[in-house]
Design a protein. Structure first.
Ligand code: ACO
Length: 428
């Protein structure tokens, strides 16, 4: 028998259905709350207790440190899959057959040209512009050159919009880096796989051949998979809510990039390295910074620590920590900030402030150390995160459109002035 939950207010009782997910997550469905009660709403700043949708894409259990895409564990996918396979899985629901994967990549390659006029837009930015701002702007600018990707009323139109973005976004990422490095803007090499092509587009120097290093390629593949989706986080919720107004895919993703930029979200990977560098330059005294992080009068936070959902450990952080060791060893890179990071982690995990608040390293605590070893500049870290998250954002946007979700429009509890008379400026 289906369960109900009862709210009692002013002596009246109201019943609401209880929804149970496939992993037994339980939610009280309050769709009819306002109608039934004559205006009652729920109040939940930061949406800590609010489910915004039903979704069949990613399952996450923060208490047990579980993350699965479409039912497959993140550990297995990071070990065995290619990023493009994971993109297909997230967006279309199943792992692709070889034929399906080949077709996907063939379609992507056909769309990988970015209009030359876009280069003028990029040229307008100063070299000092933050790459996330540049990427968000360029993604939005793509709309002007691909207007057919805006209204996606048929399956075919939706598929084409998705392919265009999977194809053109890596070019924009590479151009953002090349502009920063003062290098000519280039297109890819369609004889290479999706990830190898990204590397070549980013790093090929004008007068040299570029050989993809398999260690670098495999590390990037893994990092992109680990970042590919994370259910209803800040940027994904942004993508869904912008898309819910039927703004097109590119506009929704551009908004998601802006949301990801913040240091409390994807920007944390840049903030972590800057913090570790700062600690190193300040003599490497990790205890001092632990003290700052615990001091409520001090705005300093241990970047890369804590997570809204993971309250035990972040499974991605475990994979990345091991990967950081492996990649640095294989590439023969010695990075002193890795030791500082390990020292900070050890101290935090033994400190009651962090233990009591269930604060553990998150995905971004070690990712920057790997990006750095791969030769990616610090300001590009969050761009790399966006590249990884792209398939997740697309999958969530597609699901939202296919489920015909209503426009996102939360309510509020008004706490301002009551009605008052207008005062002429001379009397204020
Ligand atoms: N350093 C020190 N104290 C912290 C930290 C931290 N990194 N994170 C949380 N706390 C403390 C808070 O001060 C608070 O303490 P209190 O209960 O005494 O007031 C308690 O832990 C709970 O923190 P909240 O901010 O309420 O937790 P919330 O779920 O809202 O925030 C967040 C999660 C934003 C990730 C937070 O932990 C944080 O700012 N971390 C650092 C930034 C970061 O690494 N972000 C990346 C997240 S992963 C991602 O987006 C990809």
């Amino acid at each position: 028998m289906s369960k109900t939950a009862t709210i009692e207010l002013d002596g009246k009782k109201y019943d609401f259905p209880v929804v149970v997910g496939t992993e037994n997550e339980v939610a009280i469905e309050i769709k009819s709350l306002r109608g039934d009660t004559g205006g009652l709403i729920t109040l939940d700043p930061g949406y800590k207790n609010t489910g915004s949708c039903k979704s069949a894409i990613t399952f996450l259990n923060g208490e047990e440190g579980i993350l699965r895409y479409r039912g497959y564990s993140i550990e297995e996918l990071a070990e065995k899959a290619s990023f493009l396979e994971v993109a297909y899985l997230l967006i279309f629901g199943e792992l692709p057959t070889q034929d399906q994967l080949d077709k996907l990549y063939k379609d992507i390659k056909k769309e990988s040209h970015v209009d030359e006029e876009m280069k003028k837009i990029l040229d307008g930015f100063p070299k000092s512009a933050h790459p996330m701002g540049v990427l968000s702007s360029l993604t939005s600018a793509l709309i002007a050159f691909n207007p057919s990707a805006v209204n996606v009323d048929s399956d075919e139109e939706m598929y084409n919009a998705i392919i265009k973005l999977l194809a053109k976004f890596p070019v924009l990422v590479a151009w953002t880096l090349r502009k920063k490095n003062g290098q000519p803007l280039d297109y890819g090499d369609s004889s290479l796989g999706y990830v190898d092509n990204i590397l070549k587009m980013m790093f090929k120097k004008p007068h040299e051949n570029y050989e993809v290093d398999p260690v670098v390629s495999s590390a990037l593949n893994k990092l992109l998979i680990l970042h590919a989706d994370h259910e209803q986080n800040c940027s994904t919720s942004t993508v869904r809510i912008v898309g819910s107004s039927h703004a097109g895919l590119f506009a929704s993703i551009s908004a998601g990039i802006s949301a990801l930029w913040g240091p409390l979200h994807g920007g944390a990977n840049q903030a972590v390295i800057e913090m570790l560098e700062g600690i190193k330059q300040d003599g490497g005294d990790t205890k001092k910074y632990m003290g700052k992080a615990k001091d409520k009068e001090d705005p300093f936070r241990l970047m890369g620590f804590g997570h809204r959902v993971y309250k035990n450990f972040d499974p991605r952080a475990k994979i990345i920590k091991k990967s950081a060791d492996d990649v640095l060893n294989q590439l023969g890179v010695e990075d002193p900030v890795l030791d500082i990071a390990k020292g900070l982690e050890k101290e935090a995990l033994e400190d009651s402030y962090f233990v009591d608040r269930k604060l553990y390293p998150n995905v971004d605590f070690y990712s920057g150390i790997i990006y750095r070893a791969l030769g990616i500049p610090t300001e590009m870290f969050t761009v790399m995160f966006a590249l990884g998250r792209l398939p997740g954002w697309i999958a969530q946007w597609r699901e939202m459109r296919l489920e015909k979700e209503p426009i996102g429009r939360p309510r509020q509890v008004y706490t301002g002035e009551n009605l008052r008379d207008f005062k002429d400026i001379s009397k204020r």
